[in-house]
Design a protein around this ligand. Structure first.
Ligand SMILES: NC(=O)C1=CN([C@@H]2O[C@H](COP(=O)(O)OP(=O)(O)OC[C@H]3O[C@@H](n4cnc5c(N)ncnc54)[C@H](OP(=O)(O)O)[C@@H]3O)[C@@H](O)[C@H]2O)C=CC1
Ligand SMILES: O=C(O)CCC(=O)C(=O)O
Length: 448
């Protein structure tokens, strides 16, 4: 682990003291602070004005009760969160996660990452994140609807197209966004498309938003491979998860000439050496809401490995697209030993600090989540633009906008890494580029 600059060490110790028990948040903060030593030497005003302390302290944290009834009439109480982290560049923007593991520390790490990611997109969006410890798995549509309505019955008073614009994340897709939009409209009596993104295409959604995070991550790694005179062509790839990000990462890798041979869920891994059948995965996961295990009953040549470890399968490109800390130091060493040339993070913070060190030391291509998966939120900002114009753009045009944004993000991270004497280090490039823009805006806004 890099040693922190003395002044930044003080900031970090304060973060630990003020936010006890929030391990994921501590991890996300430390990773950013490790990159900022040379920045604060060059810009002492950031320290004088306590910009870093301010960035580490959310502007507002909302925690609320979410009561709902299941189909049998039994009452359940979940906890809802929205952390409005930083609005220096625009309204708070970031997804909602519904997963039983959710607690304040996870929402804060995600919200903190979102500040820098959103800055990298070049769009006018601040950082925020929210969610609940509600588990949508195994719930009926009606149960999910009642939960979403109860969740929005509190959340509506904190959000708005110029204030805070939530979207999806783990466990929150088009169905959940639709129910929440309906409840927002009902409570406020406003048809305000820009209040949520990831909406259905018939009521203000944008083409390409569904595909954007996965496609964007593949575009980013494609750019990084080009700097090494390489491409996806003919590469064997692994993509963890089998949700929104995973599905469209696989699809774009195939379009770019690679072959994904495995994906996963929290129960196991599916391996298809012929290349995964994306159409089948979409049908199983998006339409029928089944488990990835069922893939093997449609393709007899594929194998399902219960509790399998996807990172043990030899590959040239790995795209973790499930959840945080899914690649540890040992997994990273295995990937590198097996010939992996590039890792692109579709998920947020999927690699532990030990794993990141392995990738950086090995000097393979390593695209950290806040840069590589920024295509989702960038396309959400494009959805906001279309809503503001009361317009809807064509698929090809919107996809080209996404690709251009990802090419720019790659270039920015690449150039900043070179400028700071660490060529090829996209972690440093993303942290410094993302941070500097927010910090300069905060300086300009005065002490707020
Ligand atoms: N959706 C978006 O636009 C964006 C998402 N991200 C990040 O991408 C990642 C995936 O999100 P998304 O695809 O939207 O979510 P989905 O809910 O669509 O899919 C999540 C996938 O990851 C697996 N998964 C989730 N939690 C765990 C866990 N604790 N252990 C093992 N597997 C797990 C799920 O398996 P199972 O069904 O078994 O739980 C599922 O296959 C997250 O890190 C998210 O923060 C980043 C940027 C934008
Ligand atoms: O589209 C959005 O607003 C949020 C996407 C998101 O949650 C993320 O980038 O992690």
């Amino acid at each position: 682990m890099a040693k922190l600059d003395e002044k930044l060490e003080g900031v970090y110790q304060e973060v630990l003291k003020r936010n006890p028990g929030e391990a994921e948040f501590h991890q996300a903060v430390l990773e950013v602070l490790e990159s900022l030593g040379p920045v604060v030497s060059k810009h002492p005003e950031y320290l004088e004005r306590k910009i870093i302390e301010r960035i580490c302290e959310p502007e507002r944290q909302i925690i609320f009760r979410v009561p709902w009834q299941d189909d049998k009439g039994k009452v359940h109480i979940n906890r809802g969160f929205r952390v409005e982290f930083n609005s220096a560049l625009g309204p708070y923007k970031g997804g909602l996660r519904f997963h039983p593991s959710v607690y304040l520390g996870i929402i804060k790490f995600l919200g903190f990452e979102q500040i820098f990611k959103n800055s990298l997109t070049g769009m006018p969006i601040g950082g925020g994140k929210g969610g609940s410890d509600f588990d949508p798995k195994g719930k009926s549509d009606d149960e999910v609807m009642r939960f979403c309505q109860s969740f929005m019955t509190e959340l509506y008073r904190h959000i708005g197209e110029h204030t805070d614009v939530p979207a999806g994340d783990i466990g929150v897709g088009g169905r959940e966004i639709g129910y929440m939009f309906g409840q927002y409209k009902r409570i406020t009596n406003r048809w305000e498309a820009g209040v949520l993104t990831g909406k259905g295409l018939k009521f203000g959604g944008s083409l390409v938003r569904t595909e954007a995070t996965g496609y964007g991550a593949a575009f980013f790694i494609n750019e990084a491979l080009k700097t090494r005179k390489d491409s996806f062509d003919g590469k064997t790839c692994l993509v963890s998860g089998s949700g929104n990000v995973a599905i469209y990462t696989i699809e774009k890798i195939h379009q770019l000439g690679g072959r994904c041979i495995a994906c996963s869920d929290s129960n196991g891994v599916i391996v298809d050496e012929k290349g995964l059948d994306v159409g089948l995965i979409k049908q199983l996961k998006e339409v029928e809401r089944r488990r990835i295990q069922d893939y093997a009953s449609f393709h007899k040549h594929a194998t399902y490995v219960p509790n399998g470890k996807i990172w043990e399968i030899p590959c040239q490109v790995a795209m973790p697209s499930a959840t945080q800390n899914e690649i540890n130091g040992k997994d990273a060493a295995t990937l590198v030993k097996n010939g992996c040339l590039a890792v692109g993070e579709g998920a947020n913070m999927p690699t532990t600090p030990e794993g990141v060190k392995v990738f950086l030391d090995a000097k393979i291509v390593y695209g950290p989540g806040k840069a590589a998966n920024a295509g989702g939120v960038a396309t959400s900002a494009l959805e906001m633009q279309q809503n503001a114009q009361r317009d809807s753009w064509k698929f090809d045009y919107t996809e080209k906008r996404l690709e251009d944004i990802m090419v720019n993000i790659h270039q920015l991270c690449h150039d900043i890494a070179e400028e700071y004497g660490a060529p090829g280090n996209y972690v440093l490039g993303a942290n410094i580029a993302g941070f500097t823009k927010v910090a300069d805006a905060m300086v300009a806004h005065g002490l707020v």
